[in-house]
Design a protein. Structure first.
Ligand code: ZN
Length: 451
């Protein structure tokens, strides 16, 4: 695969959808249609406000330069009820709001950026070489705005300003594209500001949101209902290894090992291939099955696993926390005088509190993520033991602990290996459901020991 979608690893179906959408978007431009209002997702209800199906543009409603005079938007009502893209009129593969979801490491933001580039591509293919593709991928395209919340959430003022700018006529004559990474970190007020824009889309504006899932915790139901969802899947190890070699210059045998060990997480595979600390942490996790010799050892192993996750998370967030704190202190007054500084100070206590709240929630999230990575590694080990007990003709996830897994397979049989694998998966599910990690992990370790 070449062009802007080349780094989207193992996502053939999503890439097909996005290519078709970009081609349809180009067709809309060529036809000089005024907007995309008729192409909201088929499952979505029509806008409820005022019963007016036509978009109410907050910005300049002029169509792109060069377009022949198009009929009014109201001339094609009822398209919202169309079913499959193939059955719709030309251009219907495109819509003005998208959500990219998928497991961590599947490439949500990579997909959103690539799609943004394809929308700005001169021939609508995402060729990767034209000025539109190139400047978008480089982050310098005038009509592509990228929002990457760095810890602090996207606040309502920032979102309002963004929405306002996004409503203007694209300077390049194609689309105004707004990419919001981690859309699950919008404040409620910012989410409402975004919702207004998504409900009443400016004629040439496209919103691309990235979120872990479409669960209401991640994205509000109302925003989701206005968006088309592009689910990304866990890529195959061979596809991950290929990109590590091609893009990151990793040696092929290391890439194969890391891709298998990372079980489809592209970023995790890259870290395992290049970061010795990540390898050390993984080895400590994979030593657990050999350490479970009794109740005391199981409890100790649980404490060690949680301690390691906390330490890893603390190291991950420490730099960002300090930088945010410093940035906020600067913004709140260091060197500031006059009316602006005074009014900034009035909101200071609230902002500091908000920052602390966010940092705490991010630390918790980082701990859960680190613990989950460890559990995924552990699950891989028992999965290896299970496949060996069954003589299944598949490659092990962890080639370096294959001998230990083989010994486990002989000792436990398939039943025992499956019970242990299920104990690890049950632990993940329990933590996801907000069971205290220590309780869930201790229960898992005891189950792994007893079998
Ligand atoms: Zn191009």
């Amino acid at each position: 695969m070449s062009g802007v979608f080349a780094d989207l690893v193992g996502q053939g179906e999503a890439v097909d959808v996005l290519r078709r959408a970009a081609a349809d978007a180009a067709a809309v431009l060529r036809a000089g249609r005024p907007d995309l209002a008729a192409q909201t997702d088929s499952a979505d209800p029509p806008p409820t406000s005022g019963g007016d199906a036509a978009p109410i543009s907050g910005g300049d409603p002029d169509p792109a330069p060069g377009g022949d005079s198009a009929p009014a938007a109201g001339s094609d009502p009822g398209q919202a009820g169309a079913a499959e893209p193939a059955e719709r009129e030309p251009g219907a593969g495109m819509t003005h709001a998208w959500i990219f979801t998928g497991p961590p490491g599947s490439g949500r933001s990579v997909a959103a950026r690539a799609f943004a580039a394809a929308l700005q591509c001169e021939d609508g293919s995402g060729c990767g070489t034209c000025a539109g593709c190139h400047t978008t991928m480089a982050g310098t395209h005038a009509d592509v705005r990228l929002v990457v919340p760095e810890g602090l959430s996207i606040g309502v003022n920032e979102m309002r300003a963004l929405v306002l700018r996004a409503a203007s006529t694209p300077s390049g004559g194609r689309w105004q594209v707004v990419v919001i990474e981690d859309a699950d970190r919008l404040t409620e007020a910012a989410g409402n500001a975004l919702l207004k824009a998504v409900e009443e889309p400016p004629p040439r504006t496209v919103f691309l949101l990235c979120a872990p899932s479409i669960h209401p915790d991640d994205i509000s139901v109302t925003i989701r209902s206005r968006c088309r969802v592009v689910p990304l899947r866990q890529p195959a190890p061979a596809a991950v290894a290929e990109v590590l070699v091609r893009r990151d210059g990793v040696e092929p045998d290391v890439a194969d090992w890391a891709a298998a060990a990372a079980q489809g997480h592209v970023g995790r595979a890259r870290r395992l291939a290049r970061d010795p600390q990540a390898r050390t942490r993984r080895e400590a996790v994979l030593a657990v099955p050999r350490q479970l010799t009794g109740v005391g050892a199981a409890i100790d192993a649980a404490a060690a696993l949680i301690g390691a996750a906390e330490a890893e998370a603390a190291a991950l967030v420490a730099d960002t926390d300090a930088a945010e704190r410093a940035a906020l202190e600067t913004a709140l007054g260091a060197g500031g005088t006059g009316r602006r500084a005074a009014s900034a100070f009035r909101g200071a206590a609230g902002q500091v509190k908000e920052l602390e709240r966010r940092q705490k929630s991010r630390a918790t999230r980082a701990q859960r993520d680190a613990l989950d990575r460890a559990l995924v590694d552990l699950a891989g080990f028992y999965r290896d033991a299970l496949t060996m007990a069954l003589d299944a003709p598949v490659e092990p996830v962890h080639t370096d602990t294959a001998a230990v897994a083989e010994a486990g397979a002989r000792k436990w049989d398939a039943d025992g290996a499956l019970r242990r694998l299920e104990a690890v998966l049950a632990c993940r599910a329990a933590i996801e459901a907000n069971v205290k990690p220590r309780i869930a992990v201790e229960a898992m370790m005891l189950a792994l020991w007893k079998g």
